[in-house]
Write a protein of this length. Structure first.
Lengths: 486, 149
């Protein structure tokens, strides 16, 4: 009897093994060529490796281990051409440039060591980026991958929809580049205080997205906003740093909010067409791995990275580059896994932000069609690059606010139960990752229930939430206030 | 005179033999890929993998044999234990654990390919879950595409 049980067990294990191995989806993998003997060059096969004459060595790239460079220089690319990446600004391409050792792949760089050949470029305008994506990486003037802020991607999606573009990588988060200025202090601190149409001066899409989000939360829907580069008597101005020094004195000048406060609102994302990603998952995986390595090198040697980037043609000088690098926060691959939704159950993911930006831009009139039904985020390259997700870095500390802490933003909930208010709290606490969200409600017990729901169901830390026991006096059922970090 | 084996017994023996062969080959590859983390030397990988391949089932057999004097092991016990151990390791490493062990297996395939062992490399790539393609030659990049805006 025991023999039969063992036989069935062996058979089951064998069948499972065969099933596991036999039913796997198999991605293409470039098989390395046999090592050549010193005098045996003729064994190389019919397709000789062409050395890349344009390679250069950079100070940052040379910091990478060079012992393997001889072998790696003999490796060939996954593609039969360079992969082409275009960025909307120099700071967005910083980690890729460091990984690549410059515009062209340098010897000993992280990209070269991954077996890729990469051409990094910076485009002047969003239209230029769309044009390059439309041409594709097969064209010397085209691109396979573009790096831009998520709101810019959302705004251009309708025009490049045919490519089925997808987010493949979170290159960082905008931390202070976008600024919302108002005529007076604290204009977002009284929910629903603004009546009628509101004129907002803006010509920068990510800054516009910040304004749309902030005013929508503060009770001014996007449909009531009049956005123009230079409207008459603007109440707000949504601008991108560096701010012009010669702004008129009558223009809005009081800082209401920046992406340094809303530090999880504007991710900088890399996008590629769905067809390219699905055809070359290993290429994208190798690129991501090298890119993240470039980010790590950048953080270790910021002046070296600023120097390297400034040496590229058309780049800003090192001091300006240093300032720009401060506007981008890159918490690394461990955090990216959550942002992409590859692990965890975060409420505020790139997909969530995409949907929100889309709604606001559509309400405002920039977009005219419903949100795409196909997925706009793919984790395929990320899982190729990081089969084992790195540890997530610790979240920024949340200091308890003073008694007189300034309210950045007030959001009134007209009606809803504890769960729905908890979701609103969680979204604000996630976007303002260094701020405390204060809640008061009618009845007062609803505030505690909502905070408990945000903690229990959405995983928001208790230090992020502050319950005010006193019943609120505003109309509605709850008032959520984002307090400025000390 | 020994009783002739029944049909079921014959099937059991065949399955056990296949399990030992397949499990043994997979386990050898698994151990070689693990040793490959430490050294790329082909002889070191092969010898270490072979030692582990023999030692682990041997230890398992030793632990499963009856200890008492006069007790006799069930007929076929040794073969069962060896098959179980080898298929078990293969299932854990190559079957269920493939999402984690895939990079190790792919590197093992790469090492075999670099050594000019094409057939074993293809087998290992198959176990790793990748489709090997020949490396294309790089076209020299167009310098004009690397300029700034």
């Amino acid at each position: 009897m025991r023999g039969k049980i063992v036989f069935i067990l062996i058979l089951a294990m064998l069948v499972t093994l065969v099933y596991c191995v036999g039913t796997r989806t198999r991605d293409a993998h470039v098989m390395p060529r046999p090592h050549l003997e010193a005098d045996g060059g003729s064994e190389a096969g019919p397709a000789p490796v062409v050395s890349v004459a344009t390679s250069t060595t950079s100070p940052v790239a040379s910091a990478a281990p060079t012992d393997a460079s001889a072998t790696l220089d003999a490796r060939v690319s996954f593609l039969d051409r360079p992969l082409r990446l275009v960025a909307a600004s120099w700071e967005y391409a910083a980690a890729a440039l460091v990984a690549n050792g410059g515009h062209a792949t340098a010897d000993g760089s992280a990209v070269r060591m991954s077996g890729l050949e990469l051409a990094v470029d910076v485009a002047g305008t969003e239209h230029d980026i769309e044009n390059r994506l439309a041409r594709g990486g097969g064209d010397a003037e085209g691109a396979d991958v573009a790096v831009l802020p998520l709101p810019s991607f959302v705004a251009s999606y309708e025009r490049i929809r045919a490519l089925e573009p997808q987010v493949v990588h979170v290159a960082g988060w905008s931390r202070g580049r976008e600024v919302l200025l108002g005529l007076r202090d604290g204009m977002l601190a009284r929910s629903g205080a603004l009546t009628g149409d509101v004129a907002v001066a803006s010509s920068d899409v990510p800054a516009t997205a910040l304004a749309l989000f902030a005013l929508d939360e503060a009770g001014t829907p996007a449909a009531r906003l009049h956005l123009a580069p230079e409207p008459k008597d603007p109440t707000f101005a949504a601008l991108a740093r560096p701010l012009a020094a010669d702004r008129p004195s009558t223009a809005p000048g009081k800082v209401q909010l920046t992406t340094a406060d809303a530090s999880r609102l504007v991710p900088v994302v890399a996008i590629a067409s769905r067809g390219f990603v699905e055809a070359h998952p290993d290429v994208m995986g190798a690129l991501l791995k090298a890119w993240v390595a470039g980010g790590t090198t950048l953080r270790k040697d910021v002046p070296g990275a600023a120097r390297l980037i400034s040496n590229q043609s058309g780049a800003p000088d090192p001091a300006a580059m240093l300032e720009r690098l401060a506007w981008i926060g890159d918490p690394g691959a461990g955090d990216e896994a959550f942002a992409l939704g590859a692990v965890g159950k975060e409420l505020v993911t790139v997909e969530w932000l995409f949907a929100r930006d889309w709604r606001l831009l559509r309400d405002q009139g920039t977009l005219t069609s419903p949100a795409p039904s196909s997925p706009v985020v793919t984790i395929l390259p990320f899982t190729r690059a990081f089969p084992m997700v790195p540890a997530r870095p610790e979240a920024p500390a949340v200091a308890q606010p003073d008694v007189g802490a300034r309210t950045l933003l007030a959001h009134r909930v007209i009606k809803g139960d504890a769960a729905s208010i908890g979701i609103e709290m969680a979204s604000l606490a996630s976007i303002f990752e260094r701020s405390v969200v204060r809640v008061s409600a009618r009845p007062a017990t609803l505030a505690q229930e909502a905070a408990d729901s945000a903690s229990t169901n959405q995983g928001i830390g208790a230090t992020h939430l502050l319950v005010v026991a006193a019943p609120m006096t505003d109309p509605g059922v709850a008032l959520l206030e984002v307090l400025a970090a000390p | 005179m020994a009783r002739p084996a029944s049909g079921l017994e014959l099937i059991q023996r065949v399955v056990k033999g296949v399990a030992i062969a397949v499990g043994g080959a997979c386990t050898f590859v698994s151990f070689a890929s693990l040793v490959g983390v430490v050294t790329g030397n082909a002889w070191a990988r092969a010898i270490a993998a072979l030692v582990l391949l023999v030692a682990l089932p041997a230890v398992a057999v030793d632990r499963s044999l009856p200890r008492g004097e006069g007790e006799r092991a069930r007929s076929g016990l040794v073969g069962d234990v060896v098959a179980l151990v080898l298929v078990g390791i293969a299932l854990l490493y190559i079957g269920i654990g493939q999402p984690v062990t895939r990079p190790l297996l792919v590197h093992e395939g790469d090492r075999l390919a670099e050594d000019g062992r094409d057939v074993p490399a293809h087998v290992v790539y198959f176990l790793a879950g990748v489709r090997p393609v020949d490396a294309p030659a790089i076209a020299a990049p167009n310098p004009s595409s690397h300029g700034g805006p």
